[in-house]
Design a protein. Sequence first.
Length: 228
Amino acid sequence: MSTSIIVGGSNGLGRAIAQHFADRGDTVVITSRDKARAEEVAAEIGGATRGLGADLSRPETIAAAFGDVTEVDNLVITATSQTPNSLGAFDLEAAITSVTIKLVGYAETVRVLRDRFRPGASVVLFGGVAKDRPYPGSTMVTTHNAGLTGLVKTLAVEIAPYRINALHSGIVGDSPKWRDMPNHPHIARTPIGRLVTMAEIVDATDFLLRNGGINAQELFIEGGVLAG
């Protein structure tokens, strides 16, 4: 039985990924900044799923948060802070928080769990297409998602022979964030004529985790919107 850790698995795409792993029989650990929330969602997911409290904006607490995790086969990190930010109305505290979570927090989580990886273990870090397609208020989101490019490459060397890749999704049409917004502007700009789905993101994540030849790469699941 595999052990899958989903950091940020209490909602959105992280929760969908956690459900997928639980449904196939994995031991699953999900995290939220709110431990009670993580435990509540773990119970809803069912199977061998449990919740932990972990706040990637406070990297000094990460080691203790994962103290009782003893083995890891799959590590997926989706946690983020997407507070809109721009130079015109720059929120310094929000900027520091977002970069800390996405770069320092991601790196520290991998470092903490690295010695508990089982043979064949793999890591997927979540970014987003704002890396290459900024939007109003995406100053820090674009910056830290771009930073994942370098983080994945250096960590691939540092955690070898274990693998690590990044997944950059576009607007996910049936996600909780976007499912109530009809006719999203990206639809008209996407060659496939629709937004990508949560099921497609889950499948792409699973592919990166299981395919032993994919390492230090970035996979874009966005229906071709970046080509438009």
